[in-house]
Design a protein around this ligand. Structure first.
Ligand code: SUG
Length: 445
């Protein structure tokens, strides 16, 4: 059956800020306490979504979460009105206030793992919300993520939703950022590629020395079981521990795949030969086209600085592919010249488009972090809430909405300002009406 890839981007929320919350994510650490511009951040994201829609790709929008998250602070012992809680937490623990204020749900590649219906034994599209338990500020995302997913993909004839895995580090799961699907055609049976950072139940197994490995093999295996994927459609690979220590906190910072193409750095995986041959063997109806970038051409450090691999690899109607990269790729000379060669090489990637996503990039979120890929048949697509799909009208409406509600400057001190909370609630309440989401936020109950 004909199927297409849809990209759902996270709309940047009104509290977007830089709080240095992600140890192991170089950009997040470097930009701690920088002044953010939520309005610009949201507009940069909307521009990418609209450009992809204009180029003929199917593009959706996922709503931001409510922040600061007062309910989470109540579970941590803060009491009284929201205003009192904000004042108390900003005195007691500014870092906690920053964590419950993060707009990190914008990186929807971490929201869930999705298996298309062509791969699963019950023929439904499966979603598992990522527990994101490596970082407190992200571990509070999955409940609302689940609600938003269920509201957007609600028909259980087509869609199966699984709650996040147990929230302990042994089952650390970062969603689609560590998951790629290869196929001859979107509607055909594919092979699902799970990349993990460490084995949780084997202390002797290799793991990074410095930075945390956020995804475990045990989590990936659990998702494959939940999604009813047969063994012949699964390949596991370990990310090289040394690349995690170099700042590659998710696999989508060092490789990206689409169709039968894997674009990867030679330092991405442990035992690369085995990984590539297993992918090739399990891929039905096509052979794997692995495009290797060597350290001679681009070092791991340059890959991390430019986010070359955090790109979107998209299939064009003629079967060739386009790479959507962040503008930082032109700042790193080796990466800029590599991209010129790639397009000239006569391979599958014959177009590169750059986007200014600086606001998100300063927290370590590139084009691929900002989007969740969902492959759907036409019948499944007809069951998706149509009001979340990008259009000329929605683009205009959302830009006006951002202009009306977002600030263009946010510092750490502003997070304690109760008017920021109230402004955000008004904005999100209006957004649920624009996107016809129903009452998904606690303040709407
Ligand atoms: O989880 N940054 C996010 C970036 C996520 C990128 N996603 C993918 N690679 N798919 C993270 O580290 C920084 C927040 C702060 O420091 O304020 C942050 O959460």
């Amino acid at each position: 059956m004909a199927a297409h890839e849809l990209n759902f981007d996270g709309l940047v929320g009104p509290t977007h800020n830089y709080s240095g919350l992600s140890y192991g994510n170089v950009a997040s650490e470097e930009n701690v306490m920088a002044i953010s511009n939520p309005k610009e951040a949201a507009k940069q994201g909307l521009k990418k979504m609209k450009s992809l829609q204009d180029m003929g790709f199917k593009q959706g929008v996922l709503a931001p979460h409510h922040r600061p998250n007062i309910e989470v602070l109540r579970t941590l012992g803060f009491t009284g009105s929201a205003e009192k809680i904000l004042a108390d937490v900003s005195r007691a623990s500014p870092v906690l206030l920053a964590a419950v204020s993060s707009a990190s749900c914008m990186w929807t590649a971490n929201a869930v793992t999705v298996s298309p219906s062509a791969d699963t034994l019950d023929g439904r599209v499966h979603f598992t919300a990522a527990n994101l338990n490596a970082k407190f500020h992200r571990s509070i995302e999955h409940q609302l993520t689940s609600s938003i997913m269920k509201a957007s993909f609600s028909d259980d004839r087509y869609f199966a939703h699984h709650e996040a895995l147990p929230s302990v580090s042994q089952f650390g799961d970062e969603g689609a950022a560590n998951h790629t699907r290869f196929c001859a055609d979107y509607g055909a049976e594919g092979v699902e590629f799970f990349v993990y950072g460490r084995r949780a139940f084997d202390e002797a197994a290799p793991k990074p020395n410095k930075y945390p490995a956020r995804q475990t093999l045990e989590a990936s295996e659990a998702i494959a079981r939940l999604h009813q994927l047969p063994d012949e459609r699964i390949v596991y690979a370990q990310q090289k521990p040394s690349t995690i220590d170099a700042g590659v906190f998710h696999n989508d910072v060092i490789s990206v795949g689409n169709g039968n193409v894997l674009f990867y750095h030679e330092e991405a995986f442990v035992d690369t030969d085995r990984v590539l041959s297993e992918l090739d063997r399990k891929l039905k109806g096509a052979s794997l086209n692995a495009i290797k970038v060597s350290s001679r051409d681009v070092t791991v450090d340059e890959a991390v600085r430019s986010y070359l691999f955090n790109s979107q690899l998209l299939s064009k109607p003629d079967g060739s592919m386009m790479l959507i990269v962040p503008a930082e790729c032109k700042e790193v000379a080796s990466v800029a010249s590599y991209l010129d060669q790639l397009v000239a090489s006569g391979g599958p990637v014959n177009q590169v488009e750059m986007f200014d996503l600086q606001q998100s990039m300063q927290n370590g979120g590139g084009p691929a972090c900002l989007r969740l890929r969902v492959v759907l048949t036409e019948e499944e697509q007809a069951a998706v809430n149509p009001h979340v799909m990008m259009s000329d009208q929605l683009f205009t409406t959302l830009n006006q909405w951002v202009d009306k509600h977002y600030r263009d400057r946010l510092t750490a001190d502003d997070l304690a300002d109760s008017s920021l909370l109230r402004e955000s609630e008004v904005a999100l309440d209006e957004l649920t009406q624009i996107l016809k989401l129903g009452s998904i936020y606690p303040f709407q109950q």
